[in-house]
Design a protein around this ligand. Structure first.
Ligand SMILES: [Ca+2]
Length: 492
């Protein structure tokens, strides 16, 4: 399913040599008043920055200083701040911006290396956004905002030295009071491991041997997909062996996670470009979730429940085999590209709660650990139905920064009381940077195809480094969570 990722907006890596632009401009540094021994804020006006393809404007009002920077329209357009740090220190960063024309994304580069992206919520007036953290080197650093989706205005950035991390307060108690012993055991392990080591993970069981060949190690976790068990795919002849594969993986002692590219229960368009197998994309179906949920007597509503029951049959097979599942239904809802997210947060949250209720209470699938996959607070279905929060991270290929912005936002979303995972990724975060930034991703799961093996998203060199890193857990380093190692000994 590599085509799944083609929708991603790819912000091409910057290979811009700022030195060519002549002597770099050192922007004015203003130390703002502070109180109670707080670290001072360092403020840098955009209009005093180094502009490349962008321009200063004074249009409208509410900006700080003498203007703001706009016109991020061409791919190479950017704004660069030069910041001198007395020593290597981790800073919090805020960006004051205006994006009146809907959701935008800006790229961030630190010292000419891509460093994640910044989601800019729509606003009509300039306002400050917490933009994550940056580990500045001693001496001169460059912080660049690169075009991304463009069409936003930048007023200034603000930096402040970070305070020591507050400890995570994750109890690990599962939301399902009847969770199975296996599920509890897995969760306890994840909680114990949180902040110490990141579990390595990979989609598609078939990729495990390639990873072992390249790195000498196997991932601790494999990601499976319920996609082809969806009724409207099975009706077209789709066949899946994901459950058999997952049971086999479990017997090797590995951890199992499932998502579900849920082909819509009805309303499949099935014409060129909108084929039946694209039936999880909002653009390939007429199925309207909001409408279906509005009438519990409707055919559409009943078909939704029937689909959940179909999936329950597969999850039951995993339950019977004592496989605990890190379960991630309705993924990437806030992206809006799947039908379950296309009608905004309310129907998505409502459907998530229906899926939870039906699988947990009706089907008694107590082997599931529940993962929610959207970051924005308005999309969060509630503490009572979520065990772990997560994001899917597809930065610029080769950007191995720790995605600290996503991490911090997820920690804040759950008041630091639930685990935080990177449930899909392109380029894997560098464990050394994760440590420096305090980005304690519980696990990562690299998507397949180019994301794993094109040498650009993840070079073989970095795969070797990550899979052999002391802060990354691989299959051989997992404890015998499910008594499988003993079972193998017995068979021998
Ligand atoms: Ca300004």
């Amino acid at each position: 399913m590599t085509a799944l990722r083609s929708r991603r907006v790819v912000i091409s890596a910057l290979a811009v040599c700022l030195a060519l632009l002549g002597a770099a401009l050192v922007v004015t540094l203003a130390v703002l008043p502070s109180s109670n021994k707080e670290e001072p804020f360092l403020k840098y006006e955009a209009e005093s920055g180094l502009l490349q393809g962008t321009m200063v404007s004074q249009e409208g009002e509410g900006f700080s200083g003498s203007g703001f920077v706009t016109d991020f329209t061409d791919e190479q357009d950017q704004l660069t701040f030069e910041v001198v740090a007395p020593k290597a220190v981790l800073y919090n960063v805020w960006v004051s911006y205006r994006a009146p024309n809907g959701n935008k994304v800006a790229g961030i580069s630190l010292n000419n290396q891509p460093h994640g992206e910044l989601v800019l919520q729509p606003n009509d007036q300039f306002s400050e956004l917490k933009a994550g953290k940056l580990l500045l080197q001693e001496g001169t650093n460059t912080i660049s905002l690169t075009r991304g989706w463009g069409y936003y205005d930048i007023d200034y950035i603000k930096l402040q030295k970070t305070k020591p991390e507050t400890k995570h307060q994750v109890s690990g108690e599962l939301v399902n009071g009847n969770a199975s012993a296996e599920a509890k055991k897995l969760m306890n392990y994840l909680v114990k491991n949180y902040g110490k080591s990141m579990l390595s993970g990979q989609t598609e069981l078939d990729n495990v041997s390639w990873i072992e060949k390249v790195t000498g190690k196997e991932p601790a976790m494999v990601g499976f997909d319920l996609i082809d068990y969806s009724k409207t795919r099975a009706e077209h002849g789709a066949i899946s062996y994901e459950v058999e594969k997952a049971i086999g993986w479990h017997k090797q002692g590995g951890i199992t996670t499932f998502l579900w590219h849920w082909n819509a229960p009805t309303g499949i368009i099935d014409e060129p470009g909108k084929e039946w197998w694209r039936g999880f994309y909002a653009d390939s179906v007429t199925f309207d979730l909001e409408k279906a949920l509005s009438d519990t007597e409707s055919e559409e509503y009943k078909l939704l429940l029937a689909d959940i029951d179909t999936i329950a049959v597969q999850l039951q097979r995993l339950k019977d085999a004592h496989v605990p599942i890190l379960f991630r239904p309705l993924h990437e809802a806030e992206g809006g590209w799947f039908w379950w997210g296309a009608k905004g947060p309310e129907p998505a949250k409502q459907l998530y709660r229906i899926v939870y209720d039906r699988l947990v209470n009706k089907h008694e699938l107590n082997n599931l650990i529940w993962i929610w996959n959207s970051v924005q607070p308005e999309w969060y279905p509630g503490d009572d139905v979520v065990d772990i929060v997560s994001v899917d991270s597809y930065p610029t290929p080769g950007d191995h920064s720790p995605a600290i912005n996503y991490f911090d936002n997820l920690v804040a979303l759950v008041s630091n009381k639930k685990l935080v995972a990177m449930t899909e990724n392109g380029s894997i975060p560098d464990p050394d940077l994760m440590k420096a930034y305090g980005a304690n991703w519980c696990w990562f799961v690299t998507w397949e195809g180019d994301y794993l093996n094109d040498g650009k998203h993840n070079s073989q060199e970095i795969l070797k480094k990550i899979y052999n890193h002391s802060n990354v857990t691989t299959l051989d380093e997992l404890p015998d969570l499910f008594g499988m190692k003993k079972a193998v000994d017995k068979e021998e």
